[in-house]
Ligand binder design. Structure first.
Ligand SMILES: [Zn+2]
Length: 296
């Protein structure tokens, strides 16, 4: 048992009362993470004591095999990651506040496509949604930028492939989308206005690189630039390197790659309001380019 487990267990009756389909504690996790993150320290302590008491009681009643089996359940793994992530991110922000870096502005960028086409295709991606957030450690998210992008027509024979890839992720229709979509020219120009770099400075964006979406993001940016003639050198940097650098600043040592990836893969905010764009929020679809930036 963890403190978070005890907390989630107590939320079950309330969630059921609101019609949320939760039969076990594990089902309640996505609905409880935000409330847990916001819970005052003194209230968390109550749950920590509760977990401690239960563990002591269970420990005296169970065999070693039972305890081992319980530790190995997927729920325990999930709960540990959730709690650990809240603590680590919060601590990281507090710890680096003394450094000058707290006022630095970072831009996190992501572009979604209607799938990925094979390497023999000239058209590798069909950009359909872009999200970007302006962030500083001291102020959090300062501003955000979002557009659905008017996609190009899929290459002959690939329409089904593109729609299937979309259906499995962001679910934006390949054609006939009822919401306004911006042209490449509008997207690029407004993105440049959004970052408003100092004269002659090159805009720098951070995106996920280790898990490879950077290839998609850079390909899409280049495609939009080549199709519109808007030429501006945009620098894409690895957000993983940024996290590593912040960690190094505080701890004076290198974080493990696993730790960095785990921090960035956090699903804690997947079901929070105000992370996704309006359409993805209304349709309750987790994959949203804007949300992926806000969750960083
Ligand atoms: Zn969205």
């Amino acid at each position: 048992r963890s403190a978070f487990y005890c907390f989630a267990r107590e939320q079950l009756p309330g969630l059921r009362g609101r019609g949320v389909p939760v039969s076990r504690v594990v089902d309640a996790i996505p609905y409880c993470s935000q409330a847990w993150a916001l819970l005052p320290k003194e209230e968390r302590i109550i749950y920590m004591e509760m977990a401690h008491k239960e563990n002591r009681k269970n420990g005296s009643q169970k065999t070693v095999t039972e305890v081992k089996a319980e530790r190995g359940t997927p729920f325990n793994v999930v709960a540990a990651v959730v709690v650990n992530t809240i603590m680590n991110v919060a601590q990281l922000i507090i710890w680096v506040q003394v450094e000058a870096v707290t006022a630095d502005i970072f831009y996190f960028l992501n572009i979604y496509s209607h799938g990925k086409l094979p390497s023999h295709c000239e058209q590798r991606f069909l950009p359909c949604e872009i999200g970007c957030v302006k962030f500083s450690l001291q102020d959090g998210i300062i501003a955000d930028f979002h557009h659905f992008i008017d996609p190009e027509v899929p290459p002959c024979g690939f329409r089904y492939h593109c729609q299937a890839a979309s259906d499995a992720t962001h679910k934006i229709p390949v054609s006939g989308f009822h919401l306004p979509c911006a042209s490449y020219a509008v997207v690029l120009q407004e993105l440049l206005d959004f970052v408003q770099p100092a004269r002659d400075a090159q805009p720098q964006f951070y995106c996920r690189v280790w898990s490879k979406p950077e290839f998609r993001v850079s390909w899409c940016l280049n495609r939009m630039a080549s199709q519109t003639g808007i030429v501006k050198h945009l620098e894409l940097l690895a957000v993983e390197d940024l996290v590593t650098e912040l960690y190094r600043k505080k701890y004076k040592e290198e974080p493990s790659k696993t730790w960095v990836c785990r921090e960035l893969d956090v699903f804690l905010w997947d079901f929070c309001s105000n992370t996704r764009c309006k359409w993805h929020e209304e349709n309750d679809i987790v994959c949203c380019a804007l949300a992926s930036c806000k969750k960083i």
